[in-house]
Write a protein that binds this ligand. Structure first.
Ligand SMILES: [Zn+2]
Length: 260
């Protein structure tokens, strides 16, 4: 089973970081959560999810006890690893400036994102659905990385598998929120067969551009989760009976610190 692990990785994230967006295969969850469900919140057995997280860590080669996760609430708060965690730990973004911790960002149609500054050696991750996108959680990750010495011009960002404009049908009230936040951005709203569709990637590129991230450093063309049931969980497709993905990123130990 562990050999069925498949990980979508982005070429924009440079050497010096371990990162990826695992697909749904290779885990031990069953039914509509088959099989690599990495989220606890929608009712899967916590022990099963823990086993899945350990299978992934063993496959990638990080210490499963170093996985850092927070409770996502469609907000814009960002936690720096090492800061005291409130209870509940409600943060949609995380940042870190040292090797060891591996940051996790959960999503099932929302966009899991990972951030890397190879010069300052700082990383980040976040979860952005439509509310987090309008709120600019990705810009808050950049801001907190800058506190740790990163420069926006050096930051690389990979968007993970998430719902594409092909499938993200929304009501007029959501379109209005995006028009208010982003104006008439080309490609933001596209006509669908029934209602308008939104392109969260276009909006995310705008959020990152405002934060000073170079568009050439952003991979904003991940696969669509709803279109590919064999590879991905999708909330729009399966509801809360389905599973949850987790994008991850961490700093690899430096060559000086480790032979590997
Ligand atoms: Zn689609």
């Amino acid at each position: 089973m562990a050999d069925d692990i498949r990980i979508y990785r982005s070429p924009v994230i440079p050497d010096g970081f371990l990162h990826g967006f695992p697909e749904r295969t290779g885990g031990v969850s069953t039914g509509p959560r088959a099989s690599l469900n990495l989220g606890m919140r929608w009712g899967d057995d916590p022990e099963t999810v823990d086993r899945n997280r350990r299978i992934l860590a063993a496959h990638v080669g990080y210490d499963p006890d170093q996985l850092q996760v927070t409770k996502h609430v469609h907000g814009t708060e960002v936690w720096r690893v090492g800061e005291p965690l409130p209870d509940p730990p409600e943060f949609d973004g995380l940042v870190c400036d040292h090797p060891g911790p591996v940051l996790g960002a959960f999503a099932a149609d929302c966009i899991p994102m990972v951030f890397a500054d190879p010069v300052a050696r700082v990383c980040g991750a976040c979860h952005a659905g439509w509310r987090g996108t309008v709120g600019g959680v990705a810009a808050n990750v950049v801001a907190r990385m800058v506190e740790l010495g990163a420069r926006p011009g050096d930051i690389r960002v990979a968007l993970g598998p998430s719902i594409g404009p092909c499938c993200f049908e929304v009501g007029p009230e959501v379109v209005a929120e995006f028009r208010a936040a982003f104006g008439e951005l080309p490609g933001l709203v596209v006509a669908g067969p029934r209602k308008d569709h939104l392109d969260l990637r276009v909006a995310t590129l705008a959020v990152l551009a405002r934060a000073g991230v170079d568009a050439a450093h952003v991979d904003a063309a991940p696969p669509c989760t709803r279109c590919e049931p064999a590879r991905f969980f999708s909330y729009r497709r399966d509801g809360k009976a389905g599973g949850v993905h987790m994008g991850y990123i961490g700093l690899a130990p430096t060559a000086a610190a480790s032979a590997g």
